[in-house]
Ligand binder design. Structure first.
Ligand code: SF4
Length: 508
């Protein structure tokens, strides 16, 4: 049997165990595989934070002095009743990360990693990161950590879970280091970002010779096969055991859980899920709820983070009939069921503390042209009923889509203004056109970056409502509205929706 090592590379939000790795660990455990797991994100960030030397300015010196206190503060319940203290802790931690990463021409924060010269959407730069691992800010950490695990465990296969762009350069630096130190080890890349690359319209593998296997979609079967256990199929409960001792920055353990991949709706023209034609694979709702009940039994003080792109109506229905009865939150589509006070009250009793809702626009024409499949009057009703049932609302808006113009954006402002009492948190995004999306066919498009791995492309807005005008509208008009500004300010910096539930009363 092959020995497997799974790695979650930096940088992503260090608030909870990595969902992808917990799923893979569950599959390997159930299959009886020999494996180890490293959350290199949590370890790497701690490595940077624990060694804060020679700051020259007063602010950074103070941030370094208080680093342990600030990390502890984010793990305390009381902090989430004191927004000022929370913001101070996040800002000071980010200050230390910026101080530590600056000399490497990088900027690391609690939710991002950028490099002054290298781009994660250019394969040339990713290959350069692999050729020069010593230039990466996390090198002093992963050099000794990987050397240690190569020495004492000697894995046959190392799998990297690459979900976010902010992980890509460091993933490749770690891959390059491993290739140098242990060329016989088989290297596998999987995760959300890898899936998007492979399913993109012009994919060609730039990593051959460096990466042995690239896996699109759920990686459980591929990994079981590599472990020498055959693609056993079936369903596996995520395993959080390997992550139990990591000091995640949350006031209670967060248990990420996916009942599906893809999206049961799958018709929104702006959505990468559609552009990538990701198939919808969902567990039977009863099975998913049973899983969550088991997780709740094992971790009664936990918060379940349902990671589905959109919880299916059947899953919500079975949740409402009982559910895990520990706090949970997730993404749901606007639907008639959520406009029913009895149903929402049952969801609340099941443990639901927050729903993430994609309202996108306050203009029905825009919603229709985007294929969103929701009615504005129903969205208003859902916000009101969900909020009145004691469930917090985290609303997503999308500006600058092809059918939107300034008048439509103003209707969104008006809609949120009218419903401000029912919106707890707001996430504002500017539209990116996914390569290969159905919208791209009818638009005048161009490449806005030279990144061969970029998932998006530029386009000439058919109504002249380009990114510059959208940004100006958001800054000068939308966020200037007092009520809206108050909601926007509530969004937790760096951690956003991952920490938002802790600011709601329902979770405690
Ligand atoms: S509901 Fe959400 S995940 Fe599903 S297609 Fe629309 S935007 Fe994408």
């Amino acid at each position: 049997m092959k020995r497997i090592l799974l790695v979650h590379p930096p940088v992503s939000k260090p608030s909870e165990s990595p969902a992808g790795l917990a799923r893979l660990a569950g599959a390997l455990k159930a299959g009886g595989a020999q494996f180890r797991v490293i959350d290199a994100n949590m370890e790497g960030l701690r490595f940077l934070l624990d060694d804060c030397t020679e700051p020259t300015d007063t602010w950074t010196r103070r941030a370094c002095r208080r680093i342990n206190e600030n990390l502890a503060v984010l793990q305390r319940r009381e902090t989430y009743r004191n927004r000022g203290r929370y913001i101070q802790a996040v800002t000071e931690i980010n200050r230390v990360l910026a101080h530590r990463s600056g000399p490497y021409r990088s900027n690391v924060s609690l939710n991002n990693f950028t490099h002054d010269e290298l781009s994660p959407v250019k394969s040339r730069d990713l290959l350069r990161a692999a050729q020069t691992p010593q230039d990466n800010v996390f090198y002093p950490y992963f050099r000794s950590r990987l050397a240690e695990v190569l020495g004492e465990y000697a894995p046959d296969v190392v799998g990297f879970s690459l979900t976010f762009l902010s992980q890509a350069l460091t993933t490749m630096a770690m891959v390059g280091f491993l290739k140098e130190q242990a060329p016989e080890v088989r290297i596998v890349l999987g995760g959300g970002l890898v899936t998007s690359w492979i399913r993109g319209p012009a994919w060609r593998n730039p990593f051959s010779g460096l990466v042995d296997d690239l896996v699109a979609g759920p990686g459980e079967n591929a990994l079981l096969t590599l472990a020498g256990l055959g693609g056993a199929g079936g369903h596996f409960l995520p395993d959080y055991e390997p992550f139990r001792d990591y000091p995640y920055l949350s006031p209670r353990p967060v248990l990420p859980y996916s009942a599906s991949s893809g999206c049961y709706w799958g018709k929104c023209s702006f959505c990468p899920e559609q552009a990538e034609a990701n198939p919808y694979l969902g567990l039977p709702a009863e099975r998913a709820v049973h899983d969550m009940e088991e997780l709740a039994r094992a971790e009664p003080s936990g918060l379940i983070h349902v990671c589905d792109n959109a919880m299916s109506p059947s899953l919500l229905k079975v949740m409402a009939q009982g559910g895990p009865r520990i706090p949970w939150y997730g993404f749901a589509r606007i639907s008639p069921a959520l406009a029913d006070p009895g149903f929402c009250s049952d969801l609340k009793s099941s443990g639901c503390v927050m729903l993430k809702l994609g309202i996108e626009s306050g203009d029905q024409r825009v919603l229709d042209e985007l294929g969103k499949g929701i009615q504005l009057h129903e969205s208003a009703q859902v916000l009101k009923i969900v909020k009145s049932s004691g469930i917090a609302t985290y609303v997503y808006l999308l500006f600058g889509t092809p059918p939107e113009d300034e008048a439509a954006a103003k209707k969104t402002l008006e809609f949120i203004g009218q419903n401000r009492d029912y919106v707890d948190f707001l996430n504002l995004s500017i539209f990116n056109l996914p390569k290969g999306s159905p919208d791209a066919a009818g638009l005048d498009t161009y490449d806005f970056s030279q990144g061969d791995l970029s998932l998006y492309q530029g386009f000439v807005h058919p109504r002249g409502w380009d990114r510059r005008r959208v940004r100006r509208f958001l800054d000068k008009e939308f966020k200037r509205d007092d009520a809206i500004a108050r909601i926007v300010r509530r969004d937790p910096p760096s951690f956003t929706s991952n920490h938002a539930p802790f600011f709601t009363s329902g979770v405690w």
